[in-house]
Design a protein around this ligand. Sequence first.
Ligand code: 5GP
Ligand code: ZN
Length: 135
Amino acid sequence: MKDCIFCKMIEGKIPCNKIYEDKKTLAFLDINPINKGHTLVIPKEHSKNILDVNQKDLDDVSETVRKLAPKIKKAVKADGINIMSSNGEAAGQAVPHLHIHIIPRFKDDGLEHWKGKSYEEGKAEKIAEDIKSLI
Ligand code: 5GP
Ligand code: ZN
């Protein structure tokens, strides 16, 4: 897709530190890593995000994530891995081409998990019903 930086990477028009490529997916180091080894996995077919992607492309991306996560963890001697995806501007998505973050984590890396909220009485049941009614 024109004007998409990740599509330009796939076409080789923008350089990246590529770590893996197959027919359907590409994986490269994030330019501003949260921790060393922070990798992005993208489908070669442009889709905006997980709300837009077709099942096959998502399956292919998933397979690449599963293949690479243990290798990245081993290469940087991480203690754990976060798999993360931002979908939509409100969720913090900056690049509108589907990408899954593989983020190596270290016991002392200082990153804090999001704090959870709690539901008011009866609200969780109502929201569960609202969601289920759409499936
Ligand atoms: P988002 O916030 O959309 O989930 O994540 C976008 C990610 O893409 C960010 O972590 C950012 O550092 C990374 N990124 C943005 N532009 C480039 C680039 O030109 N090259 C690489 N390798 N990563 C990029
Ligand atoms: Zn794209």
